[in-house]
Design a protein around this ligand. Structure first.
Ligand code: NAP
Length: 388
């Protein structure tokens, strides 16, 4: 079998480099040519995902260790061009432009086995930070011909909007399991920041729900408002950052925390008419979790697919039962959901026209740096890998 040679931005295991924080190095890589059901592709655009920064930070894991590899090529969202197909591939042809969906090995119900899927912790995969890579045919969905969306918007589906879609499907059903939409047609849906949350709030808004989103910079707040979502400025309660140790030991910290909590509750009460939040999309974790639970109504749903700032939480089971709180946990999308959510995006212009920064191939380390430093106001930092 012949070998394909290309260039990639590579992350080395922390055992092989100085310092814990991972940096990207551009270098030649090679891999075996495609087999029967595989497809050789060149990424056109990729999305810089939170999981890529988690990987560089080695938090919560060193993905190289987890994969048992000395180096990895990250990148699990992208829009790609098909270069060559294996003899067993019937639904694609060279030249097709497709959305990449990071499905990995799945269980019998179509849910991913590998915790974060292709291009992250699934061993042996080469992600979108390579000029060429090979994928399985079922990981590609052709970009619909009826779409008004620009090519660089499609990587947003691969991870952020795809995961949001799957989480919303479950969340909506859970809400309706307790209160029908005939009884209460416009539940209050809130969300802490991020692209995944935005995707779900747009779906909720489409159903006529009352939607509000929290953000901490003017550009994001403006985007949220322009999308018809009530913006909530997080800077108004900037001390709302729960830290258990400080909470127990630092009086000054506790005082500020409670002042912020009080402002936050007041804002929520004003918006919900003291009803509390019906559904809270929360992908941040520990710093916001106790405050989220304080404002969740009865019944209420806390829905998550992320743990940006802390994944281990303490739950008061008695209160959660009493308040009829449903906790929705989902990860990525189900094997059958990719095509549905791509068709929906094409028909409904679901992905907003934000001012996406598009970084060139050579500037990908700068993108990694800017994202980690919180310098990018867009929810969708994007990079170009190959010319269109
Ligand atoms: N399991 C899955 O399938 C899956 C899929 C996609 C994403 N995720 C995970 O979900 C999380 C969110 O990802 P994302 O892509 O939607 O967003 P993102 O790019 O990670 O941005 C997250 C947002 O978090 C907000 N934020 C940061 N620190 C905060 C704090 N202390 N309190 C409140 N808000 C804070 C910021 O909003 P403001 O500063 O504007 O408020 C920021 O816009 C990540 O951890 C990601 O890895 C998981």
């Amino acid at each position: 079998m012949s070998t394909i040679k290309t260039l990639a931005w590579v992350l080395y295991s922390k055992d092989l480099v100085a310092g814990n924080y991972g940096t990207l190095r551009k270098e030649p890589i090679s891999f075996e040519d495609i087999s029967r059901k595989e497809v050789l592709i060149e990424p056109l655009y990729g999305g810089w995902e939170a999981n890529m920064t988690h990987a560089l930070e080695r938090k919560p894991v060193d993905v190289c260790h987890k994969r048992g590899e000395s180096k990895v090529v990250l990148g699990n969202s992208g829009v790609v061009r098909v270069l060559k197909i294996g003899p067993g591939v019937t639904r694609l042809k060279p030249g097709d432009v497709c959305v990449f969906i990071p499905y990995g090995p799945c269980n019998r119900h179509g849910y991913l086995d590998t915790a974060f899927g292709f291009g992250f912790d699934e061993p042996g995969t080469i992600g979108m930070l390579a000029r060429q890579t090979k994928v399985k045919d079922y990981q590609l969905v052709p970009v619909p011909g009826n779409s008004q969306l620009s090519l660089h918007q499609w990587p947003i589906i691969s991870v952020r909007f795809g995961s949001g879609w799957s989480n919303w499907v479950v969340t909506l059903k859970c809400w309706e399991a307790q209160v029908s939409l005939e009884e209460f047609p416009s539940p209050h849906v809130f969300g802490w920041g991020g692209g995944v949350t935005l995707s779900e709030l747009l779906l909720a808004k489409e159903k006529g729900f009352n939607v509000s989103m929290i953000a901490s910079c003017d550009k994001r707040l403006e985007l949220i408002k322009n999308l018809g979502i009530t913006p909530i400025d997080r800077r108004r309660f900037s001390d709302l950052y729960y830290d258990h140790e400080k909470y127990e030991s630092d009086k000054e910290y506790r005082k500020k925390y409670f002042a912020s909590l009080s402002t936050f509750r007041k804002i929520v009460n004003e918006i919900t008419g003291d009803d509390g939040v019906s559904i809270f999309i929360e992908n941040i974790g520990l710093p916001v979790y106790p405050a989220t639970m304080r404002v969740l109504g009865r019944p209420g749903i806390i829905a998550t697919t992320g743990w940006k700032k802390g994944m281990n939480l303490e739950i008061n089971r008695a209160l959660e039962c009493h308040y009829r709180h449903i906790h929705v946990f989902t990860h990525a999308l189900r094997l059958t959901e990719g095509e549905k959510c791509i068709a929906y995006a094409a028909e409904n212009n679901w992905i907003p026209r934000d001012n996406y920064p598009i970084y060139d191939w050579e500037d990908i380390p700068q993108l990694a740096h800017d994202y980690a430093q919180g310098k990018i106001s867009s929810y969708f930092p994007t990079f170009q890998v190959n010319p269109i």
